[in-house]
Structure formats: C-alpha cells, structure tokens
Design a protein around this ligand. Structure first.
Ligand SMILES: CC(C)(COP(=O)(O)OP(=O)(O)OC[C@H]1O[C@@H](n2cnc3c(N)ncnc32)[C@H](O)[C@@H]1OP(=O)(O)O)[C@@H](O)C(=O)NCCC(=O)NCCS
Length: 242
C-alpha cells in the first residue's frame, strides 16, 4: 500500500480512502471470519469492496500499533444482540487498545476512520441518480428542506443528509436498528452538525460531525462522539490498497 500512514495523535481522527480492487493475494491478510464472509459475496465488485476495506483497516491499525496487518485483532460487536449470532457482526472494535475504528464502502469507494478521541463512525455513499429516494429516512425538517431544492439537486442533497446521519448512527454503534428519521442534521448548504435526536433529547450527544471529500459521485461524513471542538479530522489523499 502506498498510503502515508501517519500516526494518529491525541485529539485527532484520521480517515483514509481507497478505490476498491479485487486482489486475491490480499486475502492472506484477513482473519478466518473475514475470509469466509468475503467468499460469500457472489459479485466480484462486492468482494473487492469488502476485501479493500478490511485490508485497509488492518494496514492502518497495524501501522498505528507496529503490528503486521495479520496480527491486528478486530472484533465486531453488536449492541443489539444479547447472545451469539450466526456470525460476528456489528461495530468493529480493537480490544486491548484505546483506538476506535470505523469502515464504510459504497460504489467503488472505501473509507476507514481511526481515532483515540471517542467512538467514531464513517460513512461513504454513492449518489444514486435516477432512483426513487427513500425519503422516509429523513426527519420532517430535513424533508421540508430537501423539497425546496430543484429536482435535479435532490439526489446529491439526499445522500449528504444520509451520510451525515449514518456516520452518527455508526459512531454510537446503533446502525440502522435506530430509525434514521429520529435524527435531524443540518442541510447540505450548511456545515455538518447534529441538530436533534428525537427520543434522546438534549444533551443528546456531543458529536463532532464533518463532511469528507469523497470525490465526484459520492458523499461522505465522519462523526466522533465527544467534546465537539477538540477533535481534528485529518483526511488523507486517496490510496491504492494492493
Ligand atoms: C451496519 C450499517 C450501519 C451499515 O450501513 P451500510 O451503509 O450498508 O454499510 P457501510 O459500508 O457504511 O458500513 C459497513 C460497516 O459498518 C460496520 N458496522 C456494522 N454494524 C455496525 C454498527 N452497528 N455500528 C457501527 N458500525 C457497524 C462494519 O464494519 C461494516 O463493514 P462490513 O460489512 O464490511 O463488516 C447498517 O447496514 C446496519 O445497521 N445494519 C445492521 C442491521 C442490524 O443490526 N441487523 C440486526 C443485527 S442483530
């Protein structure tokens, strides 16, 4: 990998992005569960996304801890399951470290976020032009704001809301088990902020929420739960994993 894997300093959240590539030689870097899951994807594009994301995560965590990527232990934890599930799933955790990890993949794009500043969630989404938008994931104020936009502006605006909301839901580990319409974030024209979380009234969460430049055709955001002003987001240029 040609990534500049600079150390993640205190109070920093680093984000790495990559294009997905199917490189079977990299399967060797995964653990058994990851390899098994990767093999279950029938479409090569989906396998490539999974492989690239999990290898990139292992490489950045390995660099941070001076470990070979194969030695990195990533344990997915689902806060909604009380007993053992069919397979490990949920928010990735790094036991025995103070580091927090999140990963996301969509289209051809992969993102990995790493920080010691607090629980982190990253989300990248491809803009889906020409499809019906699932508007019920938006809160009432978000939907009203979106409907003020010209129809051709709506797909990108919708994905901006979606990435911001899902970044927060991934940081808390709730994922889509929580109704995304319960959250209200700022609209696409304004800096990213969590405005309201219905059912978790103020003070709901201090969250540092920031948009990331994911390139044309994508929108992305990262959220770190913790003191709003103290986290510095460092987004590295696109790397090639392989
Ligand atoms: C996980 C979820 C937030 C992912 O959204 P997405 O846009 O489809 O996918 P992304 O690429 O952005 O993120 C996927 C990654 O998020 C991580 N993830 C999974 N669950 C997570 C959670 N609850 N919180 C934070 N991160 C989570 C995983 O690392 C996953 O990567 P992997 O699938 O390669 O292992 C969403 O699909 C979800 O909540 N699913 C779980 C539904 C559920 O909980 N079902 C019942 C469980 S008991």
């Amino acid at each position: 990998m040609t990534a500049d894997i600079s150390p993640v300093g205190p109070g920093e959240c680093h984000v790495w992005s990559a294009e997905a590539h199917w490189t079977p030689g990299l399967l060797d870097l995964l653990d058994d569960d990851e390899r098994e899951r990767c093999a279950q994807f029938r479409v090569e594009g989906a396998r490539a996304l999974y492989l690239t994301a999990h290898v990139l995560a292992r490489q950045v965590v390995g660099a941070q801890l001076s470990l070979d990527p194969r030695e990195v232990v990533v344990v997915p934890v689902c806060k909604h399951c009380t007993g053992p599930g069919d397979r490990p799933h949920g928010k990735p955790t790094l036991p025995g470290t103070s580091l927090e990890l999140s990963l996301s993949h969509s289209g051809q794009r992969v993102m990995v976020a790493l920080t010691a500043a607090g629980p982190v969630g990253v989300d990248v989404e491809e803009i889906a032009e020409g499809r019906d938008l699932p508007l019920d994931v938006l809160s009432v104020p978000e939907r009203a704001e979106l409907e003020l936009l010209a129809p051709e502006e709506r797909p990108a605006a919708f994905i901006r809301y979606w990435a911001r909301k899902e970044a927060v839901l991934k940081a808390t580990g709730d994922g889509l088990m929580v109704e995304p319409s319960a959250l209200t974030v700022t609209g696409p024209g304004a800096p990213a902020r969590l405005l309201e979380w219905r059912e978790r009234p103020e003070p709901h969460l201090p969250v540092r929420l920031e948009d990331l430049d994911a390139g044309a055709g994508y929108r992305a955001a990262v959220a770190v739960v913790g003191d709003d002003d103290r986290v510095d987001v460092v987004h590295h240029p696109l790397v090639r994993v392989g």
